[in-house]
Ligand binder design. Structure first.
Ligand code: NAD
Length: 319
């Protein structure tokens, strides 16, 4: 049965995007935020991301009939690209405007925020203590039916299950940034997740325009980052060891595999601070003379110059 009422805990970059997707596909969506100050930070994000989503729908009309359109249309916003037309996209735009206006609420009171929720999506900062504190705060207020999921990128649901008061109804639902285009939803339970709730979350992901990707067991980094992080590390090692330069490394990957972006273009999108943090988490990065140590120093030089990637206008490339 479709989920009608969704609560998102946290109104940051991802929380805002997730809430907007839920509202877009017709769910009554409440953001729980911790303070008035958070409202001041979340409201502009809601405006910004909803405008980007509507803008991408507008642009999609120009892609109709173009064979490349199938690769670049906003996959989370248009269900059946092959059979869509300009009138159908206009109808989606009109419905989206109405849903963004009517179906999004902001609430500071946890009890009111989660009342009646079919699913609560936790998308707060990647801070285990803060997550535990919020799970403890929510657990007595959640209704019997409510499923709780986390969007955490690096923490496993088994770390938190006992704090949720509903381990069988708790699992990970992991989105990617710009979810209306990159509409992956990795679904990962912990050993105590009951299969009926896992299946309900898979169905929910589809309901809100995502492609559910099922993991059969817990895996740090899920599927995507288990592949992407070693790939990006290998590229950075080639650079830090002086084997080649970022442009040549990217060109090699792009020409040889027909991929649209090589590892350094991906690093610019991910952001160099994130790449630096991931590198520095490796204990060997603290040891002088290791390749990880050199990668850390090279990334830090660029970060100190403000060259942190696409969002800054410059990273490995100029934007
Ligand atoms: N940014 C990404 O590309 C990305 C992609 C997939 C998943 N994620 C995951 O999504 C989650 C959120 O990431 P984000 O990028 O949106 O972060 P963010 O920093 O943009 O937002 C974090 C939100 O959490 C809130 N918050 C922090 N501490 C809190 C507390 N103690 N009580 C209540 N609210 C609190 C902040 O006010 C903010 O709204 C993380 O678990 C992250 O791993 C992020």
């Amino acid at each position: 049965m479709a989920m009608q009422k969704v609560t998102v805990l946290g109104g940051g970059v991802l929380g805002t995007q997730i809430g907007l997707m839920c509202a877009y596909w017709g769910c009554d969506t409440t953001f729980w935020l911790r303070s008035e100050g958070s409202i001041g930070r979340t409201e502009p994000k809601i405006k910004r991301y909803s405008a980007l989503m509507l803008g991408d729908l507008e642009k999609a009309k120009a892609l109709l009939g173009n064979p490349m359109g199938a690769y670049v249309y906003p996959r989370g916003l248009i269900r059946d690209w092959k059979s869509t037309d300009a009138a159908a996209i206009d109808a989606l735009i009109a419905a989206a405007k109405k849903n963004f206006e009517e179906k999004i609420h902001i609430e500071l009171d946890m009890g009111k925020a989660v009342a009646g929720a079919d699913i609560v999506i936790e998308s707060m900062s990647e801070d285990p203590e803060a997550k535990i504190a919020v799970y403890e705060q929510a657990k007595d207020k959640l209704e019997e039916k409510t499923i709780l999921v986390t969007n955490s990128s690096t923490l496993l649901p088994s770390m938190f299950a006992e704090h949720t008061g509903r381990p069988e109804k708790y699992l990970s639902l992991h989105f990617a940034n710009t979810i209306w285009k990159n509409n992956t939803a990795e679904v990962m339970g912990h050993p105590g997740t009951a299969s009926e709730y896992y299946d309900a979350v898979v169905a929910f992901a589809d309901q809100i325009g995502m492609v559910p990707l099922k993991l059969h067991k817990e895996q740090p980094g899920y599927i995507l980052n288990s592949m992407l992080v070693p790939f990006l590390s290998a590229a950075q090692a080639l650079w830090a060891n002086g084997v080649s330069d970022p442009e040549t490394i990217d060109k090699t990957w792009e020409l040889a595999t027909s991929a649209p972006a090589g590892p350094f273009k991906i690093l610019d999108i991910v952001g160099l601070e994130t790449a630096y943090n991931i590198n520095q988490m490796k204990p060997v990065a603290q040891t002088e003379g290791t390749v990880e140590n050199r990668i850390g120093k090279l990334l830090k030089e660029k970060i100190d110059k403000g060259e942190t990637g696409v969002n800054a206008g410059k990273g490995f490339y100029q934007y």
